[in-house]
Design a protein around this ligand. Sequence first.
Ligand code: SDX
Length: 428
Amino acid sequence: MSETAKIELDGKVFELPIITGSENEKALDISKLRGQSGYITLDRGFKNTGSCTSAITFLDGEKGILRYRGYPIEQLAENASFLEVTYLILKGELPTADQLAAFEEKIDSHTLVHEDMKRFFEAYPAKAHPMGILASMICSMSTFYPESQDPNRSEEAFELSIIRLIAKLPTLAAMVYKNTVRHPFMYPKNDLGYVENFMYMTYGMPTEEYKPDPVIASALNKLLILHADHEQNCSASTVRIVGSSQANLYASISAGISALWGPLHGGANQAVIEMLEMIKEDGGDLDKWIAKAKDKQDPFRLMGFGHRVYKNFDPRATIIKKACDDILGKLGVNDPTLEIAKRLEEVALNDEYFKARGLYPNVDFYSGIIYKAIGIPTEMFTVMFALGRLPGWIAQWKEMLDNGDPIGRPRQVYTGENERDFVALDKR
Ligand code: SDX
């Protein structure tokens, strides 16, 4: 007998089924509420509203828990490769050695992008933001592979669309970087690993031998794993709702890239570094900036702080903060913005305003410092976030289709004018 909750409306009692998740999360199923009572619910920003059931990622914001398919991210970040985690998130299980080798081989055979895609770059202005280019390139993939537009495509064609996307995103991201610095594109070298190949295409030059630095490769591998999925965040929800209209995978992922771009979401990693550098240029008076962040009349927010679900700490920030110290130490980089970040964290965490609101450093607070230390330009930081989040977006999109979720179409409460008659122009 399933649990129910009773709600009384206009003197009538309605019973709503209670859904319990595998980690004992509870939800009221309101799918029949409007039909029975005429009422809908209202929840701006969906802060308390579930859009789906999902078996991909579990997080507990109060306890700072994050697991992909049941595996704690601390263990995955320390022991797995990004492609292993990609396979896990997509298929639900860690690959055997043979399965991983076959997966890597499939990806290696699709790392090149269509030569005609190079011509896109000739049209962009010199200072085009990398996220604007990337979102366009990914959506355009659906025009180079028109079979991907068929909602009734075969399982093999579906799988090929996913492999092409995972294989080509690093190539496109590296091309976007090369376009930013006006250097020649580098073609992929498939005898390198996934992360190392991205580094080769990003940092390599046709005029010299390039060997990926294992310290940087290890840090990038960890960062990509930590960004790989995060259940129903803004961009994943965007990918789901675009895909729910049966728009193709590339168009759906392109929409996710656009949603990630915003400074309140993935764009925060760029905004954090810009904020830290602004504070440094301004003389490093942290009390002044903390006061501005607390002032409701001041639009300034402490970028990289706060989170919709983590109200104690973001477990990813804890791992990245330690990785920051490790890699800057190994590279011999002394970055004053890291010192400002640590001081800012300390001051904020002792301030009642931040503690009362559960505002702690999130995944974006320290990640930009590592990207900067390994020579990635600030405007490319959110592209790195997209590179990491790709497996999660694809898995969320595929789960939405596999579960037969309906087209996403929320309701509203109308607050506009009541009915009125048209007035002829000469009478207004
Ligand atoms: C990501 O959802 C995900 O999972 C996202 C992500 C992922 O992996 O996909 O984790 C990645 O997007 C991380 C978040 C990156 N964004 C930032 O760092 C931007 C700065 N943070 C804020 O804008 C904010 O904290 C959000 C957007 C992250 C969360 O906003 P919410 O949940 O809508 O919370 P809110 O805006 O209602 O804030 C609650 C209170 C408010 O004050 P009161 O009205 O209660 O007085 O906290 C205040 C806010 O003013 N507040 C901040 C603040 N964040 C919230 N005050 C100062 N500085 C901040 N950063």
